[in-house]
Design a protein around this ligand. Sequence first.
Ligand SMILES: [Zn+2]
Length: 432
Amino acid sequence: MTTTRLPELSPETVASAARRVMARCDELARVTADDGAITRVHLSPEHARVNRLAAEWMREAGMTPRQDAAGNQLGLLPADDPDAPVLMLGSHLDTVIDAGRFDGILGVLMAIEVVRLLRRVDDEGRSRSPFPFGLEVAAFSDEEGTRFGKALLGSSAMAGTWDDAWWDLADADGTTLREAYREFGLDPGRIGEAARRPEQLVGYLEAHIEQGPELDRRGEALAVVSSIASARRFQLLVEGEARHAGGTPYDMRRDALLGASEAALAVERICRGEHHIIGTVGQLEAFPGAVNVVPGEARFSLDLRGEFDADRDRVWRAISLELDDIMGRRGLRWRAREVHSAPAVFCAPLLQDVVREGIRHSVGAAAEPATLFSPAGHDGMALGAVAPVGMLFLRNPDGISHHPDESVSAPDVALGIRALAEAVAHVGAEPR
Ligand SMILES: [Zn+2]
């Protein structure tokens, strides 16, 4: 790989950038709809407040801030050529209910610091990108899908993959996405203006906590991400016969809940025998749901993720055969409705290389940096439609995420900032 154009970053400069990131994670954690917990959903007053804070920090780091037509907060550090494409850096500022303070937020704040470290001030005192492309920080407005049940709304708008059917999605209070856009001060008719074209983007780089224990177990701070999981979600229905709990002997029962329970155990057994396939039954309900009635119907969900689409689909076929067997033995009928399907998104080889190179520089280890696949979804899944995607994972102690105990250490954030800055500089050194 060619040499970088990165200015020498002193350990103290990077450490103070990491301290600023940690302090701002705390500051954003205070912008919440729930007292004593962190909850910040799409198009809420809290969303508006964090966008204003991010805009202020972007301006202070030399960028020109603006909010796009999808409520994404952006900050641009232009190249000398105003028509040059941009390398996008970022993550999301929305959260799940009762969230931690780092998922998404960390990636936005690290990106702001990386721009601050890399910017060049020209003769007229204007901040400019030192590369032949601009740098743009994106704070996505919706990644989690907490409010409307549909994830990646902000990055899908940017990727130009918006589906007009989404406008009618409603939140728990019955407010539609269309109404929420208007209440937030956005015009649904202008959503197309958020979209970027492939020639406008050099790539998309995101830093994120791992949301799993792999780096913690290995004793390493940073990893290159190879791909973002492919996922399918199903709602399954099992039909049996509701009968008296006292009077019905076992040989006459067609208990739908027991069929569904056996199915959940089969999902665990089959997926445990696979490499990088994870199946989860997160919802299970019995009907009619009375204490003295054998359940005549059961409904459950299945979330199936894998590194490769083909493996995931093969495992779904194996689960289906097993369900045929279980339900057949128990005199039950079953069917599945697919409610979500997303292909795996592979990180671009070039961006994997620059992240790997960045980690080597930062951690200084002779050993090869870890390469992990991400079983969790990220904004890069949407942006993969218009740009090469790269990701950097930071160690997440105990792997706990989507929970108030989610954590990351300041020294790891400092290593991550240096690695991300080095990675960007390596993109800048690539022949274009
Ligand atoms: Zn996230």
